[in-house]
Design a binder for this molecule. Structure first.
Ligand SMILES: Cc1ncc(COP(=O)(O)O)c(C=O)c1O
Length: 315
């Protein structure tokens, strides 16, 4: 889907026009992948005049942004509060909600060697309208990828770094070329890891299973939200290394992520998951998640940071 531009992008502390947000081809990031980023959604609660809008778990996303930068020794000259304010500023200035928000920090134009420390750090925050990522509300038909996820102590999985997404691109391209909407990667020990841009949950016998952080997964903020909601709903949770074959014998499976939200899997490697429809545990978690985002339920976890918009459309 082509990116729909908005009027402004936040750059190093000020708003600049979308079309002026350019970098030099000799910037460090272009050659060595030296970037970290976030993906955040802003949702609307209600419709028309009385509607409000809120950024979902802004603090946690910007903390992960700072953490990713820290892992790569990238000093961001902004505090957590300043980064949160930057997001609110650009969303309010552009007035487009619901929307997807993309903060990115990278090594810019400086030196050409691998060592990034002499290249300046640039920080941008953009936002734009963006719909569902995995196509189809009937569930996703996915495969197990022939590519493994990042091995421990190679590329840090807990950093949301641009370079990690070269691995994600291999997983995603292979899946789509072979007629699937997404691929699930195993870690280098053969245990379930995650999709190219999503965490994975399975349900068997009413228990919710997900891989721990040690299986090369991103510390997903939607993953955490689902774990919080599952605890509230009294759903038993097992966070442990999971063998691949759990995919073929589970009752339910779903992906979580800012982009995919909660998307159930209809089949894995052409084997139906349960009867292929969204199962009861997935449904309960999906509905609880959307009830908070849409304002049907009070925001009891303080997950929404309000933004002022002139008019909001239904999410
Ligand atoms: C590799 C990967 N795993 C998991 C996720 C889900 O993370 P979150 O729920 O924070 O969007 C993402 C998306 O950011 C991702 O890129």
């Amino acid at each position: 889907m082509p990116i729909q531009s908005t009027p402004n992008i936040w750059h190093n502390g000020e708003l600049i026009p979308w079309e002026k947000a350019n970098i030099h081809v000799m910037s460090h990031v272009v050659h060595y992948g030296s970037s970290v980023f976030e993906g955040i959604r802003c949702y609307t609660q209600g419709e028309g005049r009385g509607a409000t809008a809120g950024v979902f778990r802004l603090r946690e996303h910007m903390q992960r942004f700072l953490d990713s930068a820290r892992i790569y020794r990238m000093d961001l000259p902004y505090t957590l509060e300043q980064l949160e304010a930057a997001v609110v500023e650009v969303v309010e200035a552009n007035g487009v909600v619901p929307c997807y928000i993309r903060p990115v920090a990278f090594r810019g134009y400086g030196e050409i060697g691998v060592n990034p420390l002499k290249s300046p750090v640039e920080v941008y925050v953009a936002n734009f309208p963006w719909g569902k990522y995995v196509p189809g509300t009937a569930g996703a038909d996915v495969c197990v990828s022939s590519w493994n996820r990042l091995a421990p102590n190679t590329m840090p999985s807990l950093a949301k770094a641009g370079a990690n997404y070269m691995n994600s691109q291999l997983i995603r391209m292979e899946a789509e070329v072979n007629g699937y909407s997404e691929g699930i990667a195993l870690d280098t020990n053969g245990y379930l890891s995650e999709g190219s841009g999503e965490n994975l949950f399975l349900v068997r016998g009413g228990t919710l299973y997900t891989s721990p952080l040690a299986n090369s997964v991103l510390n997903g903020i939607t993953r955490d939200s689902i774990l919080v909601l599952a605890r509230q709903l009294g759903i038993p949770i097992v966070e442990q290394a999971l063998p691949r074959e759990m995919l073929y014998i589970c009752d339910e499976a779903f992906f979580t992520g800012t982009a995919v939200e909660v998307t159930h899997l209809r089949s894995v490697d052409r084997i139906l998951v349960g009867d292929g429809t969204m199962g009861p545990v997935t449904r309960a978690l999906h509905d609880a998640y959307f009830a908070v985002l849409s304002g049907q339920q009070p925001d009891r976890f303080h997950w929404l940071t309000p933004v002022k918009v002139r008019e909001a459309v239904a999410a």
